[in-house]
Design a protein. Structure first.
Length: 323
């Protein structure tokens, strides 16, 4: 997983890592966003339709092992599962592909529990974080505060902030959205732009604010482990297909809900990863697909996210095990 070939993208990503880490006072060895999480292993089985959209190995093999991570928002490693700021939740899926030339291969999907995204560039993400930080300063201007001014001039960020983000009853009863677009390429060269969507086979279930308050601070992490022991959890992976004219380079612009959904397969989770904290520290999920049959769109946020994840991941690995 290399850094971007664009130096400005890497500079922006490095500033984002530093700013996020500072905002949450995140300890070294933890992610500056979605710090608290759990790794769970399982298997992806493609649908009969998947191969018609993509020649990628995981959409054509009978099954592929996956390493997934559920997570809470923020860079706080101890954020309670029942805290409102722990929403939206994250769900990352690594498809562990067959070795190629003796090297391990993988491709990842990264999703979170809202179809909204606040910004369409790394620079705007920095500006958003800066406005949040400036608004908490004692001498911050009022009416409007820096964050109010930012939201007033960035309607997508306002929509993200205002979108409902209820706490799920379980990580396995939440729906997850990939906000970036990708291009699927079939064996015969057909190209299809899609956004990923992951739905829980157990059905969606959320808690009211009052119900969430009454829960234990580790209730989601405990519940998913019990669920896995008791028989596992499963999800369906969908490709939301773009129509002609749908924007593929801006994650803040949602596609209409009537867009075609193609079932791509089933994710069945059946084992909590051993040495969980250590494996979480070491794994670096990659927003860029880097596999034949799935390509990044021209959405600039994909590259920024990839560099941010890599810079953050290298820092985590250098920090050594959690104590």
């Amino acid at each position: 997983m290399p850094l971007s070939t664009n130096d400005r993208t890497n500079e922006t990503a490095a500033k984002l890592v530093k700013t996020l880490r500072g905002a949450f006072n995140t300890p070294q060895g933890f992610r500056p966003a979605h710090a608290r999480g759990i790794l769970i292993n399982g298997t992806f089985t493609p649908s009969s339709e998947a191969a018609s959209l993509s020649k990628a190995p995981h959409f054509n093999a009978s099954s592929t092992p996956v390493t997934t991570r559920f997570s809470n928002s923020t860079g706080l490693p101890q954020i309670p599962d029942n805290a409102g700021d722990a929403n939206p939740r994250g769900f990352a899926v690594r498809f562990n592909l067959p070795e190629k030339n003796g090297r391990r291969q993988h491709t990842d999907i990264i999703a979170h529990s809202t179809p909204f995204f606040p910004v369409n560039s790394g620079e705007d993400f920095l500006a958003l974080l800066g406005a949040i930080g400036a608004s908490s300063a004692p001498e911050a201007p009022k009416n409007p505060s820096p964050i109010e001014a930012f939201l007033g001039s960035h309607p997508a960020a306002l929509a993200f902030v205002q979108a409902p983000k209820p706490t799920p009853s379980s990580f396995a009863t939440e729906k997850y959205f990939g906000v970036n677009a990708f291009k699927l390429v079939s064996a015969d060269g057909k190209e299809t732009f899609v956004r990923w969507r992951i739905t829980p086979d157990a059905g969606e279930s959320h808690l009211s604010d009052e119900e969430a308050k009454s829960k234990d601070a580790a209730f989601l992490h405990n519940e998913i482990q019990t669920r896995i022991i008791d028989g596992g959890a499963s999800f369906t992976l969908w490709a939301q297909v773009a129509n002609e004219g749908d924007q593929t380079n801006d994650p803040t612009v949602r596609w209409p809900d009537d867009r075609k959904l193609v079932k791509m397969g089933t994710i069945k989770l059946d084992a909590v990863a051993e040495d969980n904290d250590e494996k979480q520290r070491n794994i670096i999920y990659d927003p860029v697909p880097r596999v034949d049959g799935v390509e990044a769109s021209d959405d600039p946020v994909i590259d920024v996210r990839a560099s941010l994840y890599l810079i953050s991941g290298r820092e985590r690995r250098a920090a050594g095990p959690h104590h």
